[in-house]
Design a protein around this ligand. Structure first.
Ligand code: PLP
Length: 402
């Protein structure tokens, strides 16, 4: 009989959010009257901005006309979008990234999950704990639960920022603004990682899915703001959280041509050509209609609309922060991020807090331990619901006698 990839048996049985969905479903079946407020999953709630919708309608019409119909597109993305990304997200900010260093994808979940295809199995991979589960699970799928996967502890003591490792690390996943802790790295802090990577010949996989939520000027919006990062980092960006594309699916990966890796023979090769090969082989491009929608995000109206959406969510984050401050609870994040990471009161563990918040306040959040063992005793709330629901949730928490 054929065999499975045994590594899959080493994964936790179900994906965190499926477990949460099941618990919420059970609760709402037994309490149909409960008005449940969801501050759990990091999905957006505002509809797509008007300029994006207009661009999509236009692209749909183009697809119905022989002369403007689009079949398979370039696997790397259409030039019209790659040029906008390079120009507006990078060059306008003084970062020299060229359109052909941009690879348009169908979501950062796939991009961060697929990048392992081009990386050797002998690399020592460092992943923060707690972490966005995709990095860890996709590495376990590839390598199994291996001693080559090193967890970098992020705790209250180190401000939920990983410390530079004392052992040599080949690949490091960094995500800032961070999911789940909502923390950020200053330019100075990120520079220490870039310097480490350059000194040790390591690769940084930098997930900037929440870049649009940054407010502080000393927090870098791209790792390429740091000198030398083009020689040691790949950056992932998504249209999901800023422009509401969670259901539409569009992202991009920046693979600088200056980034080189070593083969077993000791030859130095540009990783850009490997990713290009991987994408051309396994991916047939993000739909034309979706790329047209993403292009509209860069129009002046699109930028205004997206800015307003982000501001809307950040107002929710502020409401949650104010409420938790009044309550006297300890929390992190929510200033440059849509996530608030709170310390469960009275030493409660994450799942006990989850159950009590659901049963007594009818609020759904995410247990911190679901993001790694260092998340035990913490809990993530998101700012992605409406003002009304967020305000109501904050009131319930304030009145809660737990
Ligand atoms: N990266 C991080 C850190 C995320 O939190 C998420 C989604 O929650 C993603 C990537 C996935 O984004 P996308 O919708 O582009 O797949």
């Amino acid at each position: 009989m054929f065999q499975i990839n045994e590594n899959y048996l080493q994964l936790n049985e179900s994906y965190l959010f499926s477990t949460i969905a099941r618990r919420v479903e059970n609760f709402s079946t037994s309490h149909p009257e409960a008005d449940i407020i969801r501050l759990g999953i990091g999905d957006v709630t505002l509809p797509l901005p008007p300029s994006v919708l207009r661009a999509m309608h236009h692209a749909v019409d183009e697809m119905g006309v022989k002369e403007t119909f689009h079949g398979y597109g370039p696997e790397q993305g259409y030039g019209f979008l790659r040029e906008k990304i390079a120009g507006i997200d990078f060059r306008r900010r003084g970062i020299d990234i060229s359109p052909d260093e941009i690879f348009v994808g169908d979501g950062s979940k796939s991009d961060t999950g697929n990048i392992g295809d081009i990386l050797g199995e002998d690399n020592v991979v460092a992943i923060t704990d707690p972490v966005y589960p995709v990095y860890l699970d996709t590495n376990i799928m590839r390598l199994g639960k291996s001693s080559r996967i090193v967890l970098l502890s992020c705790s209250e003591e180190n401000g939920f920022l990983p410390e530079i490792p004392s052992q040599p690390i080949d690949i490091i996943y960094l995500c800032y603004p961070n999911n789940p802790t909502g923390t950020v790295m200053t330019r100075q802090q990120l520079k220490q990682w870039v310097d480490y990577a350059l000194e040790n010949g390591s690769l940084i996989l930098f997930d900037a899915a929440y870049e649009a939520f940054i407010r502080d000027n000393d927090v870098p919006r791209s790792i390429y703001e740091i000198e030398g990062a083009k020689e040691c980092a790949i950056e992932f960006r998504s249209f999901s959280k800023n422009a509401g594309f969670t259901g539409l699916r569009c992202s991009y990966t920046v693979v600088p041509k200056a980034l080189r890796a070593r083969s077993v023979d000791g030859d130095e090769l540009p990783i850009h050509s490997l990713w290009n090969r991987r994408q051309s082989t396994k991916f047939n491009g993000t739909p034309y209609i979706v790329q047209k929608a993403a292009e509209a995000v860069y129009s002046s109206q699109g930028r205004q609309e997206v800015g307003d959406m982000v501001a809307y969510y950040m107002r929710n984050a502020e409401m949650i922060r104010e409420g938790l401050t009044e309550k006297g609870w300890i929390f992190f994040g929510g200033e440059n991020s849509p996530y608030i990471w709170l310390k469960c009161p009275d030493g409660m563990d994450s799942w006990t807090f989850f159950d009590r918040l659901l049963e007594e306040c009818h609020i759904v959040g995410t247990p911190g331990v679901g993001f790694g063992s260092e998340g035990e005793g913490y809990f993530r709330l998101t700012a992605f619901n409406s003002h009304e629901k967020t305000a109501e949730a904050v009131e319930r928490i304030k009145k809660w006698e737990y």
